[in-house]
Design a protein around this ligand. Structure first.
Ligand SMILES: [Fe+2]
Length: 344
């Protein structure tokens, strides 16, 4: 029998088969599983979903009001739910964009903490992908929500902190940056919270397929051979395939992983889609991806200013969706020039 229960009624042994509310209302990347850990029970009891669907044929049923709960199952002294597990990595340098002794505002400190956490989350994501393990999406979703909450409170230092990343930090913080920029653009376009956060999650995961590209090719200095270029291009389909294995992941994440290198004139890859045949979220991803690459320090070039990057992008005919690029410029507080300049 399928039954809808409140989060507070969840107990060990129940079989969960779905959640009410959006994908972001709960931290689980699966929606069908048996509750075998008290930690998961505690997390579920405290999450923001309006209801949980259980299948009583596959697990325990609801304890009715007149049935005393087993103290072994529901303990009033149960500890508070722990934070969702994150794969811990050693030697994660705190992201900081100021001298250590400089005074720091609470907003700046929050932005630095969030970006540092983002670096850890993306490292864990990429390590899992590299090892062929399941991508830990729950922690990624939680990070997206944290970033969106900062923006919703009017705190925008996050973008400045991310933009100041060093060349060494680019691998991980580029994904955090694309996530943040996708959130900003989605809000600029008037998207609701759940849709905006799906765009942010898609930005965070857009390059996960690169973990399947041989490292010597991915980090090669100098020109790639034709064969190596094809290996790099394959990251789009690789990412799509990897994310397709994650149950219940929003479609946007697969779409952006696969199509963020398509161009509006049909000369991109992997499918050579053009115009509005490229889904909106993928056209958004293309803009956020290139903008962050141009405005970041890399081993071989200095970062461009936001204005210079946007002026250059506006001049690349056939690459981006023009009206969307204007919306993006507005989302980062810059007006596009009427006469685009050539890239340096
Ligand atoms: Fe990419």
């Amino acid at each position: 029998m399928i039954r809808r229960i409140e989060p507070g009624q969840v107990r060990l042994g129940m079989y969960v088969r779905g959640f009410g509310g959006s994908f972001f209302s709960h931290p689980f990347w699966r929606t069908r599983f048996k509750l075998t850990s008290q930690t998961d029970v505690d997390i579920l009891r405290n999450c923001a979903v309006p209801y949980i669907e259980i299948d009583e044929a596959l697990g325990c049923g609801l304890i009715e009001h007149d049935e005393a709960p087993s103290p072994a199952i529901i303990s009033p002294a149960a500890p508070p739910p722990p934070a969702p597990a994150v794969a811990r990595r050693t030697a994660v340098r705190r992201v900081r964009t100021r001298p250590p002794e400089a005074p720091v505002s609470p907003e700046q400190a929050r932005a630095e903490r969030t970006v540092t956490r983002g670096k850890v989350v993306v490292q864990a994501l990429f390590d899992s992908a590299r090892l062929g393990q399941a991508v830990p999406v729950a922690e990624a979703m939680s990070l997206v929500a944290e970033m969106d909450d900062l923006f919703a409170r009017g705190e925008h230092k996050l973008l400045d902190v991310i933009r100041m990343k060093t060349a060494d930090e680019y691998t991980y913080l580029h994904s955090v940056a694309v996530c943040a920029l996708m959130l900003k653009l989605a809000r600029q376009l008037g998207m609701a919270e759940s849709e905006a956060r799906e765009c942010g999650l898609a930005g965070l995961l857009h390059d996960v397929g690169k973990m399947r590209v041989p490292a010597d090719v991915l980090h090669k200095r100098g020109a790639l051979t034709d064969a190596e270029y094809l290996q790099v291009q394959a990251h789009a389909e690789e990412g799509f395939a990897m994310l397709s294995m994650v149950p219940d992941l929003p479609e946007a994440a697969m779409t952006v992983a696969r199509l963020h290198h398509e161009k509006i004139d049909g000369t991109g890859y992997p499918l050579q889609l053009s115009g509005e045949a490229i889904p909106l979220v993928a056209r958004m991803g293309a803009i956020c991806d290139v903008y962050d690459a141009l405005t970041s320090n890399r081993a071989y070039k200095q970062a461009w200013t936001p204005a210079k990057a946007l002026a250059a992008m506006a001049g690349w005919d056939g690459h981006f969706d023009g009206p969307l690029l204007e919306a993006f410029a507005a989302s980062v507080g810059i007006a596009l020039p009427h006469a685009p300049v050539e890239p340096a």
